[in-house]
Design a protein around this ligand. Structure first.
Ligand SMILES: [Zn+2]
Ligand SMILES: [Zn+2]
Length: 256
């Protein structure tokens, strides 16, 4: 399994150390064709990208692409902000950004008070090793499904890391809408059983590093171990072995 492109990494514009250029240079060293600069969404309370920094990010991505020859996509890891499917992007952001990731993060600003349970209740239940209630699973699953239905999301990041969705239902929705399910190499998020259930739905995957430092760019070791253990067919992963994904957001933008 050889990575073609790494579509999830951070920079000092959210909570990481290495710059856009440093990430791109490392990607070039590794022979990657493309990377996605995907800092935390505007609604992340601690590390969200500040709107005033967007022009700088855009300029840095263009410069890094020019210098390295690696395709550098201007992305964002948006927050799933509620059961309604609200994320961080406004319609006018579609023009600027090229890669649309979405995931649940505890420190997001949620749409309503009850939506905070998606982050906070999930977080403390994970911490205390407590099982989720049925209603928490239902709300979390619905939040992902509505996020995928309402927005042209390219990738759902680290599904079920510190949250509890019905993986089969989310994967079916991803499959139907052309959204990728991420197999993260930063931490194992789905259990082996959950990943196996996702495979059964026919959903397609990308593997990503979620690197917060250059030394982890392109590192998919942890994901690879799980992929082999579960027996995920490699032809269902679209950013390895010379393949590049067809992203939904880019397709959507063609018709704007
Ligand atoms: Zn994340
Ligand atoms: Zn991330």
């Amino acid at each position: 399994m050889k990575l073609t492109a790494d579509y999830h990494m951070h920079t000092p514009y959210s909570d990481a150390k290495s710059t856009v250029m440093e990430n791109a240079l490392r990607a070039k060293e590794l022979g990657l064709e493309a990377i996605g600069i995907t800092d935390h969404g505007f609604s992340h309370v601690m590390f969200g990208v500040r709107r005033k920094d967007v022009p700088k990010i855009v300029a840095e991505c263009h410069e890094a692409e020019r210098v390295t020859g690696v395709r550098v996509l201007i992305g964002m890891e948006c927050n799933v902000r509620g059961v309604s499917g609200l994320t961080c992007f406004r319609e006018e952001d579609y023009e600027t950004f090229e890669l649309f990731l979405a995931g649940i993060h505890v420190m997001a600003s949620y749409e309503t008070w009850s939506d905070y349970r998606l982050g906070w209740e999930s977080w403390w239940r994970t911490l205390l090793h407590l099982k989720p209630s049925r209603s928490l699973v239902k709300d979390t699953t619905q939040a992902f499904i509505n996020t995928i239905k309402r927005n042209p999301v390219d990738v759902i990041t680290h599904l079920n890391y510190q949250c509890f969705a019905d993986v089969t239902e989310v994967a079916k929705c991803c499959r139907d809408y052309g959204t990728y399910l991420e197999i993260s190499s930063k931490k194992q998020h789905m259990t082996d059983e959950e990943l196996d259930k996702a495979v059964q739905t026919g959903v397609r995957f990308v593997v990503n590093s979620d690197a917060h430092h250059t030394d982890r760019i392109g590192d998919v070791l942890l994901a690879e171990e799980q992929i082999l253990r579960v027996g995920v067919p490699l032809d269902r992963i679209d950013n390895i072995d010379g393949r590049l994904p067809t992203f939904r957001f880019a397709e959507y933008k063609k018709h704007l």
